[in-house]
Design a binder for this molecule. Structure first.
Ligand code: CA
Length: 522
């Protein structure tokens, strides 16, 4: 009951975030009160221009010093960021590891929460909370108004070491199907697992693309996993809290996983799942929609939007449409992915940074009204105009052949820096069909509350570092053996569970239990 109340509280806090963010968008420039500026340049954080070195290679896209968004920020604040990762570098993770190993850490570093978990408490980064209290009134106000988010970024030692891009909008991913194929075959969108299976078979057998060949690939996925199918089998993938047992569990270490993986392996054997499910990767939609063979997938609404338009010339009549989650084997309609669950990435200040006060003031700028608009919409007059006080992207910026993310990142909009996303910015890039799909998942409450990203103490982190990656590797290897039919699920499942235990799975779960309990009680 206590858990339930607290979870409800978490939900209310998420709602509060939406409210405070939209209020922020409508405020008159708050001027970053308390920040060292003057009437003419309210956002200025230093009289002398300062240049700070910046490690940024999120999603393998290194920071470009020429981003218009950051030039504008420099004009307003007097702080210029200089990206240190060469544009040619496409291995952000490796670049980060190299920098940390060298001990020569850039002034500002963008990385993931898990990396901050790993390095922060060892002294590589500055605790931000005392600096925020003293020098960053807009960040402080935001965190005071959103205690749940503060909790999410607070480390096991009680300090904050990074400020993430706080994601907005509830829905992340959903189900997509070739509606034109269903229409052609006289079938309905599948509402249950049985109907889902029947549709997969119909796509395999009844030549919906009409080329006379049995070349259709009923289910495909670009993320090289079968998570969405396990969801249909009633399994939460990854770590989640089980209300019945009162403990954190991992989907691949449950008894229910046995039947789930058994069914999915059977579907694979029957040719209902892409043979290259674990290897095809990121271009799966371009390839399998482009050659008119892919039938069903599960993916981001925003990035799956647009294939109908892109392909209307080459795949006549294509209608790749979002549909509600089929009820799982327990009869429940639910969606596992949500924005809150996304990997948290953001920025922190290196201990070697000689301008921590100016840097936190610069971080604060992105929480002012001007910074909020700049981070979300770019530069006024270049990327957007204010219409009735509301930022509206310019038509010429929207009319690009690039994807939304590509267009934004080319100019420095919506990077992984510490700021609050305005979901309306993303909505302006969606087609009406995607907005409808999005609203369908939200209004029907399909989206399950995300398991929080927990913070671990140093000792807990040691247990995870020592055990988890070996367990995860083993789990994935065994899963593939089952899916490919190399191993029989019935014959080897008990042995698999025992091996996970042997590798330390129960210790890892105990750490998660403790961290989750702390999260609830903090
Ligand atoms: Ca065919």
């Amino acid at each position: 009951m206590l858990h339930k109340l607290k979870r409800m509280f978490a939900f209310l806090c998420a709602a509060a975030l939406v409210l405070s963010a939209s209020a922020c968008g409508q405020d008159k420039a708050s001027g970053g009160q308390g920040v060292a500026g003057d009437a003419d340049s309210p956002y200025k954080v230093s009289d002398e221009p300062i240049t700070l070195s910046f490690f940024y290679a999120a999603d393998n896209k290194p920071f470009d010093d020429n981003y218009p968004v950051f030039k504008e920020a420099a004009r307003l604040t007097n702080v210029t960021l200089h990206g240190t990762v060469p544009q040619s570098n496409s291995e952000g993770g490796q670049a980060f590891a190299t920098m940390m190993a060298s001990g020569n850490v850039d002034d500002i570093v963008t990385t993931s929460k898990s990396s901050f978990d790993k390095y922060a408490t060892s002294g590589a980064f500055v605790a931000l909370d005392p600096l925020i209290d003293e020098y960053a009134p807009d960040i402080k106000k935001f965190l005071d108004d959103n205690p749940n988010l503060r909790k999410m970024i607070t480390e096991g030692d009680g300090h904050i070491y990074f400020l993430p891009r706080f994601e907005q909008g509830d829905a992340a991913q959903g189900w997509y199907i070739r509606q034109d194929w269903l229409d052609k075959l006289g079938l309905e969108q599948p509402k249950t697992v049985d109907e889902f299976y029947e549709v997969l078979k119909a796509f395999r057998d009844r030549d919906p693309n009409g080329n006379g060949e049995q070349d259709e690939i009923p289910y495909f996925h670009r993320q090289k996993n079968l998570n969405a199918l396990y969801n249909l089998m009633g399994i939460c993938t990854g770590f989640s809290y089980n209300e019945k047992t009162g403990h954190v569990e991992h989907g691949s270490y449950t008894e229910a996983y046995k039947n789930a993986v058994k069914t999915v392996a059977q579907w694979y054997k029957e040719g209902l799942i892409d043979r290259e499910i674990f290897t095809r990767g990121n271009n799966a939609r371009e390839e399998l929609l482009g050659n008119n063979t892919g039938g069903i997938t599960h993916d981001w609404f925003t990035s799956t939007d647009g294939y109908n338009q892109k392909l209307e010339g080459s795949v006549p009549g294509i209608n790749f449409a979002a549909f509600p989650p089929p009820a799982d084997v327990n009869g429940v309609q639910w969606e596992e992915t949500s924005r809150a669950q996304s990997t948290l990435k953001g920025w922190g200040i290196a201990s070697s940074n000689e301008h921590p006060i100016e840097t936190i003031k610069y971080f604060n700028f992105w929480y002012t009204d001007a910074g909020y608009r700049l981070a979300n919409y770019g530069v006024e007059g270049t990327h957007y105009d204010l219409v009735d006080g509301k930022p509206v992207f310019k038509q010429e910026f929207l009319n690009t052949t690039k994807s939304m993310t590509e267009a934004w990142w080319s100019d420095g909009i919506a990077l992984y820096i510490g700021y609050v996303q305005d979901f309306d910015a993303e909505k302006q890039w969606m087609s009406p069909i995607t907005v409808d799909a999005f609203d369908m998942y939200v209004s029907n409450k399909y989206i399950r509350e995300a398991f929080p990203l927990l913070s671990f103490t140093e000792d807990e982190q040691k247990v995870i570092t020592a055990k988890w990656s070996a367990i995860e590797t083993y789990m994935k290897e065994q899963e593939q053996k089952w899916i490919f039919g190399t191993d029989d699920v019935d014959a080897t499942f008990d042995q698999y569970m025992a091996q996970c235990k042997q590798l330390g799975m129960d210790e890892v779960l105990a750490v998660y239990d403790a961290a989750y309990e702390r999260y609830l009680n903090s």
